[in-house]
Design a protein. Structure first.
Length: 339
């Protein structure tokens, strides 16, 4: 979503942008069913397209992450750019950077040393890379304020409704939020939780809801499109982010832009973007009791809700396109002139 949004906004500034996806459709389509072979059939055409791309553009902006994604799709771009004399910006994202660097620094270092710039979206990632001897610049994520903004006439649902907008994966800790709901329900049985997202843990999490007797209080909405997410935020009373690992979650920034009070775990880059008790409530990861207490504080203190919502919405204005776009354009210009 950040990639598509950045491309659209740059085009609106008159910049020529080419998008090169790592997951282009298979040709022929039946290759998608053949494991191993399908990876090679996607990788080699991708490398060929990158080689041609590097020959016709002045700078490459590479969205990068850890693991096999780095090895297969990110590292080759940096090397191809170096061979062809095209500067490559490594725009690294992902909350698992430290563990990946601990395991694979010696493999990553030669590639990063050939990148024109290493750019990260948060102070958290800058500090992680600094610990391993890599200098990084910060250009934060962009919040689309044309889409994510407070409701003109808020219309909250009956009762107190919390929302989560994360994939149903282990690193996002949704089981912690569900267990917290059992504690909240003892004091406030009218509180409900809606989860928007999809992922491999869907059945396991639904089974946990049933096991804890939370059917009807915890509702799974499936994957929602952006307009539906906005409507969800605008109808909710608060947002939960129970992650075990995180960098600079756009879900938090977008909820804040919609003037929604946030309860989040204090992991990774989250404490770099919100201040506990001022713009959000922060709790330890894997601690349902602490999360439940924070939720109860919101339910029982409407003034706290309003204060967090107002301060949070004001704090995310720094992530507007006007502020962030200027940073990208200056960097592109510097690298183009240097090349």
């Amino acid at each position: 979503m950040q990639t598509l949004q950045l491309a659209r906004l740059l085009r609106e500034e008159g910049v020529r942008v080419e998008l090169e996806p790592t997951n282009a459709p298979y040709h022929p389509q039946w290759l998608a069913k053949v494991r191993g072979v399908r990876a090679l059939c996607r990788l080699f055409p991708y490398l060929y397209r990158i080689w041609r791309l590097a020959g016709r553009v002045p700078v490459i902006h590479l969205m990068a992450n850890s693991g096999w994604s780095w090895q297969l799709f990110a590292a080759p771009v940096v090397w191809i750019g170096a061979w062809r004399g095209t500067p490559v910006i490594v725009n690294y994202r992902g909350g698992e950077a430290r563990s990946y660097l601990e395991q694979s620094r010696r493999y990553i270092a030669p590639t990063l040393n050939r990148a024109a710039r290493l750019v990260v979206p948060s102070g958290f990632l800058r500090d992680v890379f600094k610990d391993f001897g890599f200098g990084a610049e910060i250009v934060p994520n962009i919040v689309d304020f044309d889409t994510f903004s407070p409701a003109v006439e808020p219309s909250p649902e009956d009762g107190f409704c919390l929302v989560i907008t994360r994939n149903l994966e282990a690193i996002y800790g949704l089981d912690t939020a569900i267990r917290a709901m059992t504690i909240v329900a003892r004091r406030h049985p009218h509180v409900c939780l809606k989860i928007a997202g999809s992922g491999p843990l869907e059945q396991e999490l639904k089974a946990l809801v049933t096991q804890l007797g939370l059917d009807g209080r915890v509702i799974f909405l499936g994957r929602l499109e952006r307009p539906e997410v906005v409507c969800l935020y605008r109808s909710a009373s608060g947002m939960l982010n129970p992650s075990r690992v995180d960098n600079m979650p756009n879900s938090i920034l977008e909820a804040l832009a919609c003037e929604l009070p946030v309860v989040s775990t204090n992991v990774g880059g989250v404490p770099y973007i919100v201040e506990d008790g001022v713009t959000a409530l922060l709790v330890p990861p894997d601690d349902p009791e602490a999360m439940a207490q924070a939720v109860c504080a919101l339910v029982e203190d409407p003034a706290l809700c309003r204060s967090l919502a107002k301060a949070g919405c004001a704090s995310v204005q720094q992530y507007s396109w006007q502020a962030v776009g200027a940073q990208w354009l200056k960097l592109y210009q510097r690298l183009t002139v240097a090349a």
